[in-house]
Design a protein around this ligand. Structure first.
Ligand SMILES: [Zn+2]
Ligand SMILES: [Zn+2]
Length: 336
């Protein structure tokens, strides 16, 4: 969905909400399915995934495609993989949890309800990838079946402890009064420092971390996720990395960050030097894709610097003849 249609969709939703009482009075049927299928303030609990969730094919929902630069249409970086009734998040940038709440209803995925999300894996600890860590861990924590589990590079435990300290005021208020608290330990975060290798195996789901080259920010990791019906690689933030070339060989989906070649030129020499060391230009990504040949190359975390966003697709397609798209928030894959 391009930007104009997102804007018009947003306007449609706003107009719909404003006109709803009038529309009902006139007996009109709301036409915008997106607007009418989003309930508000619904509390959801779940003991275990339903049979339908257990049988569903693996899905990927892009919760955030953004960068540190505030963007009305892009939440901070976050990708959710949904497999057998559990949602596994990869990064949690600002706005990701709100988009998870939308995606839960838009695509009818119960495990994306924020307090039901079990797990988050951080590629690295830059704030544009972690701002919703607290939101994820502590949204309605008192109704969580279990505290959030988090995996990330060195520093993740310090972050988790900081979040617990920050939220301890809320915990004291809620556990010390009249409020029924279903799970008094729901606020706890089980944080684990990661190294390269397999982090989680559950049924036929395998999540593997590998080191990427994010300039002087290290360690930074990419992730490979494999299930019985889907394989994908998530780059996180990285310069051109041989590890991604290797891990992404023939995967169904390669989610890769990108910096527009033209956009890069809009930067000062100092920032050009930094970005060249820490991020992947469209030209470099096209070369990478030509070797890895993923089923679909999905661009996210795009650094455009005022250039037309679609330009980055032209820059890549000039060198790479495979399928490539620029992701928008709430895109879902595979596109069946
Ligand atoms: Zn980033
Ligand atoms: Zn970064």
């Amino acid at each position: 969905m391009n930007r104009i249609s997102i804007r018009s969709l947003a306007l449609t939703v706003i107009s719909f909400v404003m006109l709803l009482p009038l529309g009902n009075a006139l007996g009109q049927t709301p036409e915008d399915e997106f607007a009418i299928t989003l309930p508000s303030a619904r509390t959801e609990l779940r003991e275990a995934p339903s049979e339908r969730e257990l049988q569903a094919p693996t899905q990927v929902v892009v919760l955030g495609t953004g960068t540190p630069i505030p963007d009305a249409f892009r939440a901070g970086s976050s990708i959710a993989v949904i497999h057998k009734g559990e949602s596994y998040l990869f990064d949690a940038g600002a706005g990701a949890v709100r988009n998870a709440a939308i995606a839960r209803y838009k695509y009818d995925i119960p495990s994306l309800y924020p307090s039901l999300i079990c797990c988050v894996f951080f590629t690295h600890l830059h704030s544009d990838h972690t701002m919703d860590f607290s939101e994820l861990a502590h949204t309605m924590w008192w109704r969580r079946n279990a505290g959030l589990r988090a995996w990330g590079p060195e520093g993740i435990e310090r972050m988790a402890n900081g979040l617990l300290e920050m939220n301890s005021v809320d915990v004291d208020l809620r556990t010390g009064g009249l409020q029924p608290v279903q799970n008094p330990d729901g606020f706890r975060v089980a944080a684990r420092t990661i190294e390269s290798g397999i982090l989680l195996e559950k049924d036929d789901l395998v999540i593997e971390a590998f080191v990427v080259d994010h300039g002087d920010i290290h360690p930074a990791y990419g992730f490979k996720v494999t299930t019985d019906d889907l394989s994908l690689v998530i780059s996180g933030d990285t310069a051109y990395s041989e590890a991604i070339v290797e891990k992404a060989q023939g995967v169904d989906l390669l989610f890769h960050e990108v910096i527009s070649q033209q956009g890069l030129l809009q930067n000062s020499p100092g920032f050009q030097r930094y970005h060249n060391s820490a991020h992947t230009t469209s030209e470099e990504l096209a070369r990478l894709a030509n070797i890895a040949r993923p089923g679909l190359l999905v661009l996210y975390h795009g650094l455009f610097y005022g250039t037309e966003e679609e330009l980055v697709l032209d820059e890549i397609s000039a060198i790479y003849d495979g399928e490539v798209i620029l992701a928008e928030d709430l895109d879902v894959f595979p596109q069946r």
